[in-house]
Design a protein around this ligand. Sequence first.
Ligand code: HQG
Length: 199
Amino acid sequence: MIASSFDGFVNTILTQNKFMNPKELTQKSKFLSYVLRHRPDEIGITLDCAGWVPVDLLLENCAHSGHTISADQLSLIVQANDKKRFEFSADHTMIRARQGHSATVDLGYEPMVPPSILFHGTAERNLPSIREKGLLKGQRHHVHLSVDYETATKVGQRYGKPVVISVKAEEMHRNNHVFYCTGNNVWLTAHVPAKYLKF
Ligand code: HQG
């Protein structure tokens, strides 16, 4: 995991409460990403059409599959997660991942007007194909775009030497491409044709 204020937050919690080790927290957070975005079936749960699952059921089934997470730990993961990957429903009884799914869900985001430029971080080796085909969503439901260069660099670093590509989002929007913004400021769109990219 990328070093961030997350680690600082966790260390504070540790010093105060001594109930959670940062490595364990990261492991549990990764496991939750896997289950809530990709494979809920692995622990015998089903996401509703908007990606939500009851918190009680999630914790019970995590425990049964050998990945015990307490309610306090879950709250900590949701609050402290560096990218705010998860969210609780208003009454705290349901939880979902905010984006990044390969499982079939409709997150219910409303179309929004994007900023004029967005950024996409990728690995250098992907450039020839991106120049030809534009940005493709691959396994996910959408192409993921960042609002700033730094975040896009971190995203690109996950796969190799990072390169940041600018996306002419406003122009795309004018030409009827639809954009969504998640609660954690990641912008989503179905496809970015190469003509809207600036390398
Ligand atoms: C690349 C993380 C070749 C694309 C991040 C990327 C993000 C192409 C990879 C979120 C291509 C897909 C999503 C083309 C796109 N030819 N390669 N035509 N079009 N690609 O992980 O955007 O930590 O599915 O550049 O922070 O990297 O999971 O998408 O390198 O917000 O919360 O294909 O996932 O968030 O990789 O990352 P991914 P992404 P989390």
